[in-house]
Design a protein around this ligand. Structure first.
Ligand SMILES: Cc1cc2nc3c(=O)[nH]c(=O)nc-3n(C[C@H](O)[C@H](O)[C@H](O)COP(=O)(O)O)c2cc1C
Length: 382
């Protein structure tokens, strides 16, 4: 599914696609004429990783009446049955919400961030309420990538939903090592590279050169689909996104939280133990929309919009600006079933508009000609 209208001519990728391999947890693209899906209550399809490519999938949503095609192709064989993803941090490693959520009805699950070396997270307090969102200072907290794989990958391989591992690292070498460890692990459908990670002052996603070295290192280390997760803290997002594409990313996700700060109640210091935190929730949405708008005009790979998604209108906004899928972060923490309900609501939105394929909603708000890049202080520029 591509944005209906593309802008920025002459910015096409020159990357030669490498070998494509269908991962165990991935659904083959069903033809539009495919018989529809498992009705509610029917037996689950064969578990991925056990029986090879799965049987008929709910790429056509029939639960609400007339069938609607919701499938999304994120490249390199990663096909989601619908465009609503549980973003990193919203549902831990998936096992935490498995009892609460109808997993087959999620587009995908992205795990919380992991890296090769274990990490203990940030000191408390770790969250602060801010108007229209949450400031989080959780930081990386995990037992190390090998432990995560040993503990959870067997479970993921049995789930009828793609599990995407969110990978961070202090260096490109770290990322490569992590990607190598995930390569060929049954149950891991893709790697999302957290470009907000990095060593010391060098956050990968802040510039095109660091982004390129991070993504290229991961690309060389694995045949898994690679998703580059951007940070809006970068100056020139178009250049960063382009660098990720040319270094071998199959898709882009945008955006991560934005750095922020809140003052403690007694005004004796910062509200968070980590001083700085990441702003997420509704406050982030206009920033994320801006980034999606700019990035889809700069790259030819699919873009996943993340930031403040909590209603079907949020989903429709991101799709209209050219995102082919959305991620739900902090809103899924409070309500793990939300992404599933949003997928249902999206199917209903298609029906209400007489659309048979969600792709028709993608890119409708893009300009016919390339829009200008946003720049700092753009609201004052004339
Ligand atoms: C509690 C929490 C933990 C998160 N952990 C990660 C992480 O480990 N890696 C990452 O790339 N993004 C992480 N994120 C960022 C989200 O995936 C998402 O990009 C961001 O929160 C914006 O989306 P939202 O407004 O829907 O929350 C985290 C978000 C939250 C709320």
């Amino acid at each position: 599914m591509k944005p209906r209208r593309k802008a920025v001519p002459g910015m096409r990728s020159r990357r030669t696609p490498t070998v494509r391999r269908i991962r165990p947890a991935i659904t083959p693209v069903p033809p539009t004429s495919r018989p529809a899906t498992r009705p509610a209550g029917a037996a689950a399809p064969p578990a991925s990783g056990q029986a090879g490519p799965r049987g008929p999938e709910p790429a056509l949503d029939v639960l609400g009446g007339r069938p609607v095609r919701l499938a999304v192709d994120l490249g390199r064989g990663l096909v989601l049955t619908n465009p609503v993803i549980a973003a990193s941090g919203g549902c831990g490693f998936g096992v935490e919400v498995a009892e609460l959520v109808d997993l087959p009805r999620l587009g995908a699950i992205v795990t919380r961030g992991v890296a090769v070396k274990p990490a203990g997270g940030q000191p408390a307090p770790r969250t602060a309420d801010v108007p229209a969102g949450l400031l989080i200072g959780v930081g990386p907290q995990h037992p190390g990538l090998q432990q995560v794989v040993d503990r959870y990958a067997g479970t993921w391989a049995r789930w009828p939903v793609p599990v995407i591992v969110n990978l961070g690292g202090a260096s490109a070498g770290d990322l490569a090592e992590g990607a190598r460890m995930l390569d060929d692990v049954a149950g891991v459908a893709a790697v999302e590279v957290n470009l907000s990670s990095g060593g010391g002052a060098r956050v990968f996603g802040l510039d095109a050169a660091s982004t390129s070295s991070a993504i290229a290192a991961v690309r060389r280390a694995t045949d898994l689909p690679v998703i580059a997760k951007l940070t809006a803290a970068a100056g020139d997002l178009r250049a960063v996104a382009k660098a990720a594409e040319e270094a071998g990313a199959d898709a882009i996700s945008a955006i991560n939280t934005l750095p922020g700060l809140a003052v403690s109640a007694d005004r004796g210091g910062a509200a968070l133990g980590s001083t700085y935190g990441g702003i997420c929730g509704p406050a982030l949405k206009p920033v994320a929309l801006r980034v999606v708008y700019e990035v889809v005009q700069a790259v030819d790979i699919p873009v996943i919009g993340i930031g403040g998604v909590a209603t079907v209108d949020d989903v429709l906004d991101f799709l209209a600006l050219g995102a082919v899928a959305v991620g739900v972060g902090v809103a899924a923490l409070a309500d793990p079933m939300l992404p599933v309900r949003l997928a249902d609501a999206l199917a209903d939105a298609c029906r209400e508009r007489g659309l048979e394929d969600v792709a028709a909603l993608v890119g409708t708000a893009l300009p016919a000609r390339p829009g200008p890049a946003s720049t700092r202080g753009a609201e004052y520029a004339r």
